[in-house]
Every structure is written in C-alpha cells, then in structure tokens.
Design a protein around this ligand. Structure first.
Ligand code: PLP
Length: 337
C-alpha cells in the first residue's frame, strides 16, 4: 500500500524527468558567480517576474531572512502578520540574526493585515522607537490567496509612508493559478519577493529571492555570512528550472483535488470542513479524537500533520493523485468520531 502524505507539499520527491534535468545540468562555482544553471534560473525568474536581479538560496527561511536583513538594519523594525511564516515559523531569525524587531499585526481571516492597524503601528522618527522600515506580506497565506485588490492598497500605504514592501511568496504560483493571472501581476509593486521551489513546484531544495540590483547585492553578502554561499548548486537550479517549465500550470490539478477532498470530507458526520483554499483543506474534529484519528488514517496509509494548527491541514501536491484523494476520504469515513 502506497503511503499518501498530506502533511505538506514539501514532501514531494523529484520526478524522473526532473532527476534527468539535474543530471545533465552544466555547473560551476556559484560563489564565483560561475554556475551557468544557477545564473539561468536567476535571470529567467527575474525577467519573468519583472525584477532586476535574483538570488538562488537553499531555503525559503534563508530567503526571507536575507530580504529582511537587506531592507532593515540593526534597530529597525518590520511590520508583519502575527500569524505570518517569517514571524512565527522561522525561529525568530530576523531578531536573532538581524537585530530587527518584528511588529506583528493580528490578521483577518483572509490573511490581510488591516491597513489602518498597519498605519497606526508605524512609529514616529524619534530615538525612543525602532525605525519602521518594512511591510511584509505573505501570499498565499495558509493556502489563501490575499484579495487581489488588497495588494495594491498595501503597496500604496507602503509607498506613502516610505516603507519597503516584501512578499513571502513561498506559494506565489499557487496564488497566481488561483487568481488566473500571471505571477508577474501578483508581485507587481513589491520591492522584494521570496519564492519556494521545494513546495508545490516539486523541486528537492531551493528558493529564489528577487529584488533590485542593490538589494540582491546586499542579500548576496548576507547569504555568504549565513553560510549559504554554495558551489555547484546548478544541479538544484536545474530542478527549479524544470519545475518552472512543467509544474506551474499543473498546480490547478492540486487545487481541484483539494476541492474534491473537501467535498468528500464534507459528507462525513463528526468532522467539520473549515475551509479549502488552493491546495489546502482544513478540517476540525473533536480535539480528544485527534491522536486516534491520525493513528487510524496512518493504518490506512494516510499521513497527517496534527498539532501545529488548531485544525488538521491536508495539503495536496504532485505526489497525490485522484485515487489517493478517494482513499483519503474513505480512511476518514471509516473512523468513529
Ligand atoms: C515553507 C515556507 C517558507 C520557507 O520554508 P523553508 O522550509 O525554509 O524553505 C516561508 N514562508 C512560507 C509561507 C512557507 O510556507
């Protein structure tokens, strides 16, 4: 019985075609800027998304950290969602490594930071206060594409108040597919964007940070300081290039499968489908039954992640097909809640 792993879209393994592309990739020493495949990836994504420069890095956490450290200096502050990945799930790196103070703002259910609250949080220029320097958004957020018109409004505020504007676009392409718009339109107006290749796009490793030439120069320096200056990384960049060619449009299949999963789970007594957004389904069951449910589904070959969020989060991805969705629904249906 093949295991169906719905814990995250990070669990995908490279396809045979992706491994083939990795094997064939021309490589060089990227610290010298001499890896042709890394350079091709950086140039291509920068051109596609409308930025002057890009930097390939090992993880999304590092990519966000380099962005924060390139926008802000010691004693500066960035304004961020209280439930944003950079604030909650990156070990406090901005503060620990960047001496950057986060100013978290409670988010609405759709993931937006109310702009009046953002504006009220911007500190006056005065030695008593950290200097407010940056507004950071996340899209998608827990699978939700932010309302498209919100992006422009947030941009307007950032510009008017002289803040930099960063996007944690770990799942940018899921958002673009959900909006039915080119990814370029989704990142328009941001000063920097971080994109993950190791989530729904199915690459084993890698994220790209995009920005101006100056910002990326600073980020490159911080990447070296953080120990992220890598050498023949072209084999990994080849996987990301392969993903751009073959795994972007198909994200729509993941979204359709999540919708089918939500529909199937919605017919089961004892559980509540809280939401279905792009490739994520959120389900509530009585808290006392959570651990038993996970044991039960595991016995049916379905792996779940429980404990990080109040709801169970089920994530569809490249390695989850239609049959896996039906098997998952059956596994949930055969549990006594
Ligand atoms: C996964 C993720 C990241 C970065 O994660 P890494 O595991 O460090 O690559 C950043 N932001 C969001 C929203 C994510 O989901």
């Amino acid at each position: 019985m093949q295991t169906i792993d719905l814990r995250s879209d990070t669990v995908t393994r490279p396809t045979d075609a992706m491994r083939e592309a990795m094997l064939r990739a021309p490589v060089g020493d990227d610290v010298y800027g001499e890896d042709p495949t890394v350079n091709a990836l950086q140039e291509r994504l920068a051109a596609d998304l409308g930025f002057a420069a890009a930097l390939f890095v090992p993880t999304g956490t590092q990519s966000n950290l380099l962005a924060l450290m390139s926008h802000c200096e010691r004693g500066d502050e960035y304004i961020v969602g209280a439930d944003a990945h950079t604030y909650r799930f990156e070990g406090g790196g901005a503060a620990v490594l960047g001496s950057i103070q986060p100013q978290p703002i409670p988010q609405e259910a759709d993931g937006t930071l109310p702009l009046d609250k953002v504006e009220a949080a911007i500190k006056p220029i005065d030695p008593h206060f950290a200097r407010s320097r940056l507004l950071a958004l996340e899209n998608t957020w827990h699978g939700r594409p932010l309302p498209f018109d919100y992006l422009g409004k947030a941009r307007e505020l950032a510009s008017r108040r002289g803040l930099g504007f960063h996007l944690d676009g770990a799942r940018l392409f899921n958002a673009a597919v959900a909006y039915g718009r080119p990814a370029r339109d989704v990142v328009a107006g941001f000063d920097s964007v971080s994109v993950c290749f190791s989530k729904g796009l199915g690459a084993p490793v890698g994220s790209v940070l995009l920005g101006s030439t100056d910002l990326i120069e600073r980020a490159k320096r911080w990447r070296k300081v953080a120990g992220g200056g890598w050498r023949q990384a072209g084999m990994l960049a080849a996987a990301a290039l392969h993903a751009l060619d073959h795994h972007v449009a198909r994200l729509a299949e993941d979204h359709a499968r999540a919708a089918r999963l939500a529909e199937g789970l919605g017919t089961i007594d004892g559980l509540t489908v809280k939401g279905c957004h792009t490739n994520m389904v959120f389900v509530d069951v009585p808290a006392a039954r959570l651990a038993d449910l996970a044991t039960h589904t595991a016995a049916h070959g379905v792996r779940l992640s429980i404990g990080y969020l109040p709801s169970i989060r089920l994530v569809t991805h490249l390695d989850v097909d239609d049959a896996a969705i039906e098997r998952t629904i059956a596994a949930f249906a055969s549990f006594a809640y």
